[in-house]
Write a protein that binds this ligand. Structure first.
Ligand code: MRU
Length: 353
């Protein structure tokens, strides 16, 4: 039977607290190898985020908070105020590792929020306690997203997703995949289509790995096949994740999400965003204020699967923004741990976050 135990066996935790370190799945090795990486010091957390060994909004938030835990754990002096200042300095450093996903700053700020300056020992214990909570609650929220999202899915449906907003992008269970896993556990007969997601191939490397391991019927297409798929009736619903959602519902997600939403609108296909409420940034009004990360052009000009062999002429120019903003009017609804909200009515959950 495909229940939570089954999924837990098939999909290891992406981020886990062990006694003196944080254990993550090294996503750069997938799908070829399932390799775990021990983060022992806070710079390990920063480098894992920068090098994309961990990626995905909730997962980098969890590793960012883990960086604070690690910085605290290895702190050797006894002055509580100095300890507090040290943690604030590390927090700034961690937040800079990647600019778009609001969850990174959220994780780091949440673990330090209103931390009382008592003694170093007590503060360390409090930080560990908070870290455990962040990890547990993150999974709990994703399970809730699964329950709400599953109500939208009927047996026989084909769901398309973009990038990896799966278990690997989260602490576990994922956000866009949560309704899919829940539908699987309910015995619904569903098919999943995966955009390969250039240039990092999070769809064909990572989401496909999750679908393969859990036994979900999946098919990979290139990103630009979406017009064909939708115009031929091959997609019933789209569910994507999010890295940063503005108060008005405008959503930053992996590059290619915006054209996908436009195409879904053209073909009247429901387009849902699934994300934990920590991804909503009530401090900004619209998506125009979201900082979009640009990465090295080598990710386009070279083949990331084959040791960065060139695939373009030497001297070619490239431009590699890795997120785009989908305007809220193209989003049918946003699925959070609180339920399914109209994308322009997020203020209804503001008071609950
Ligand atoms: O660059 P990444 O892989 O960290 O990008 C983030 C994402 O995985 C996606 O945009 C995803 O759809 C949302 S993360 C839950």
């Amino acid at each position: 039977m495909k229940n939570l135990n089954y999924l837990r066996k098939k999909l290891p935790l992406t981020v886990e607290l062990r006694s003196d370190h944080v254990l993550i799945i090294d996503q750069t090795k997938l799908p070829g190898k399932l390799k775990f990486l021990k983060l022992k010091k806070y710079p390990d957390a920063i480098s894992a985020i920068k090098e994309m060994q961990v990626r995905g909004a909730q997962a980098i938030g969890a590793v960012g908070a883990g960086g604070i835990f690690l910085a605290g754990y290895s702190y050797k002096k006894n002055n509580a105020s100095d300890f507090y200042k040290y943690l604030q300095k590390i927090a700034k450093e961690i937040i800079k590792a990647r600019p778009t996903a609001v969850n990174l700053a959220w994780g780091v700020k949440t673990i330090l929020a209103d931390l009382e300056i008592t003694s170093v020992l007590k503060m360390k214990a409090e930080i560990k306690h908070r870290y455990k909570n962040i990890l547990e609650q993150g999974v709990g929220h994703n399970l809730k997203i699964g329950e709400y999202g599953n109500t939208l899915i009927k047996s026989g449906m084909t769901i398309l997703t973009h990038c990896n907003a799966g278990s690997l992008s989260a602490i576990w269970f994922g956000t866009a995949t949560a309704p899919i896993f829940q539908a699987l556990m309910k015995g619904k007969n569903i098919k999943v289509r995966l955009d390969e997601t250039r240039p990092w191939l999070q769809g064909s490397r990572l989401t496909a790995w999750e679908m393969e391991r859990t036994g979900i019927d999946y098919t990979i297409n290139i990103d630009s096949a979406v017009g064909y798929l939708m115009s031929h009736g091959l997609v019933d619903m789209v569910i994507v994740g999010a890295d940063h959602i503005a108060s008005n519902g405008d959503t930053a997600n992996k590059i290619g999400t915006y054209p996908l939403a436009l195409m879904a609108h053209e073909w009247k296909i429901p387009f849902y965003v699934a994300a934990v409420s920590a991804t909503i940034d009530f401090s900004i009004k619209t998506g125009a204020l979201i900082k979009i990360e640009e990465r090295s052009g080598d990710e386009i000009l070279r083949d990331i699967r084959y040791k960065y062999q060139p695939v373009s002429p030497q001297g070619a120019k490239s431009f590699n923004p890795i997120f785009d903003i989908t305007p809220h009017k193209l989003i049918t609804g946003i699925i959070t741990e609180y339920g399914i909200s109209k994308s322009d009515a997020l203020n209804l959950i503001k008071g609950r976050v």
